[in-house]
Design a binder for this molecule. Sequence first.
Ligand code: MRU
Length: 408
Amino acid sequence: METACGRFARDGPASPVAFPLSMSAPVSPESRPDSLPDLPVRTLVARADHTAVTLDQTRLPFDRVELVLSHAADCAHAIASMQVRGAPLIGAVAAFGLALAVREASDDAALDAAHAMLLATRPTAVNLRWALDRVHARVASASPGQRWAIAWREACAIADEDVAINRAIGEHGAEHLRRLIAQRDAVGRPVDARTPLQLLTHCNAGRLAAVAHGTALAPIYALHRTGVPLHVWVDETRPRNQGASLTAWELADAGVPCTVVADNAGGLLMRQGRVDAVIVGCDRVARNGDVANKIGTLLKALAARDAGVPFWVACPSPTIDPASPDGEAIEIETRSARELTHITGRAADGRLQEVQLVPDGVAGFNPAFDVTPARLVDALLTEHGMVAASLAGIEAVLTASAASRASS
Ligand code: MRU
């Protein structure tokens, strides 16, 4: 098993090594998990010098800039400014942030203040609170002198578990995609190079949004590795364009055929029979199966239901919020209107440049997430398998997670 803090567990005690961050850099065979030989690298790496290293996602896809997180404030800034984003990655970075805060000051008041500071960075992705609460609970009962080492180990464990969870989502999801292929075979539309399996995704729920593998993209990577022809329609995902800039970048890097489409094109593609399934990620799933995800997800779910296209949500168990009875309880982040009124891209001279899109003086309103009601979600893809988006389905996942925690 690979670990965030060091080498494989089977090698004995962790001796910290840095994993390469380049998405396409060669990786030594020993740093690859056995079941996914092609996994390039992690998006978040814990280094021996007790820094956490990731990529600055505000610079992608044009510049690959490493971001070294040495202090709690670095982690808070990275999350709030969206240098790191995506629910699982936000959770892991917050965990390292709290650990780094404990290194700086480990008394109870400092611990609580750091927890509150990191929690305030973004409101919707529940992985943030889940990871902070977990590190906090782990260290609170220890004496201040022991806290730093415990907190760092817990952050590493959270990162490692994210890798394992997403790997399992990938394996379960690929199995269900194979069933879709069998259904296509049955109606005389076999999957081949000319008519690949057609998937549509929204925002970025790939490996950039997690410690590794991604969630919604994990089944796609898993299937692609087995040689099954597939193609991904990538919603551009206005206003920040995580689809056009991040999903397209990482799929292309992995050699997965993909095409960016305007957010508004999905309905047409589904009606034309050019989408076999929609797979998206999530930022918070309520106890009844309602799903908060990037703004625009709801419209895709409505279009998919009308066109009879399966709509699946990849849902790691830490993204379930038992404290939210339904979607109404989920806080929706409102972001700066400037994300709508302006856009940043690469100019002809190669420099990043921001330009204005909207007339001077016209207001913009920018809710960053929406809630898709459980009735529009055909299935939740979790690390424990596929379940219904319902009270019973969520209960089954929470029970399975509790059982696997108890046995580990
Ligand atoms: O605002 P972002 O970029 O953090 O939003 C990300 C999403 O909405 C993702 O779909 C979600 O976090 C799932 S990530 C595996």
